[in-house]
Design a protein around this ligand. Sequence first.
Ligand code: UD1
Length: 417
Amino acid sequence: MQKLEVFGAKKLKGQIYISGSKNASLPILAATLLSRKEITLKNLPKVKDIETMINLLQSLGSITKFEGQSLVVDNSKQKKIFASYNLVKTMRAGILVLGPLLAKFGNAKVSLPGGCAIGTRPVDIHLKALSKLGVKFQILNGYVYANASKGLVGANITFPKISVGATENLIIAACFAKGSTILKNCAIEPEIKDLVNFLIKMGCKIKWIGKRSIKISGVKEVKEISYSVMFDRIEAGTYLIAAALTEGNLQIKNVIPNIIKTELNILKKIGAKIKVSRNKVNIIGKKKIKSLKIKTSPYPGFPTDLQAQIMVLLCKANKKSIIREDIFENRFMHVAELNRMGAQILTKGNKALVKGNINFVPAELMATDLRASVSLVLAALTAKGKSVINRIYHLDRGYENIEKKLKKVGVKIRRIN
Ligand code: UD1
């Protein structure tokens, strides 16, 4: 199993080019299943989750090939409706093929994603909403057997809770439903807007009709298109935090600053100096980091996917901070490892009390999930000496070329097989 050796402490200096968004690419890849033609996708990040989704598409009969940096997905012969446990178990986003398969064939057998380290993460909201489009479900041996023999029919649906995945699954499914569908209480993460832009470019009829409401009028087929996926705002946030943490001076390129306004405001509040231009952000980290009370919430709130990273930063703050995790029930698994590095974080239910003025010490560490892993890398950046992070396959699920990018801005880091 591969490990990362990180040598701290160093101030990050230079430029980092942000990759395409993993969380936008995944639903867009799933949505290519609607098509019977060729779709070209640009700016996909080269990370494990994307590889898994491409494997899943191939297992369903899609033909995929890379042409330079673009991926061409040819679904002219795609006929299979079975998404196996082997592929869905490692990546919850596998459930996103359910919507497009039902839209296209009225039939699907998709493995339930199962448990996940950061919480139970059920798919009840996806299934309940799809049933309103006329889908009948049976759950047998860990699989969802879904059937809409007369095809999907548009409906008015209000999600009981904001869910990114359920919103995506329903938007994609409704594109081919008879009549119109209105979805209310939708997640409005930028990745969902990117998915919608992709679908509209393919010829789907979708309109935002309110802050969290969307109207979809069913169409019968979609066009051959080429689409470039948006930047990864979580990767961008991670490197911005890394700069703030190490008194660094970084330029983050290939971003739309307006999309990450919440994160930039938080970083300004803690004392970092930020300058924004068209598709770049400059950040200078200051010695004094101010403490904060912060909670995670759906977009435009502070993202749960940056909670572990901001926690590392707040360990260096001048006073005690409080972090409330409002999205997932078990997303503090990084805490034990950070405490092994000298942090003093106490969790109580969904709250973490983070003591400030901590000097991290290097240690041998265990990555537990994607964002927890990167928080360990961040802590290691500030710890004088060598830290070793095990099980970095979690990191490889979502961060493209992390060592290369960090090396370029002055970090001594290497991967060991
Ligand atoms: C997506 C992101 C993930 C991010 C999360 C929240 C992708 C591939 N993943 O995950 O990185 O952390 O949004 O921003 O884009 N829930 C239910 N029933 C359901 C669905 C969800 O109870 O049917 C609950 C979940 O357990 C969780 C909350 O709703 O507590 C939000 O989950 P959701 O927004 O669906 O997250 P994902 O789409 O899985």
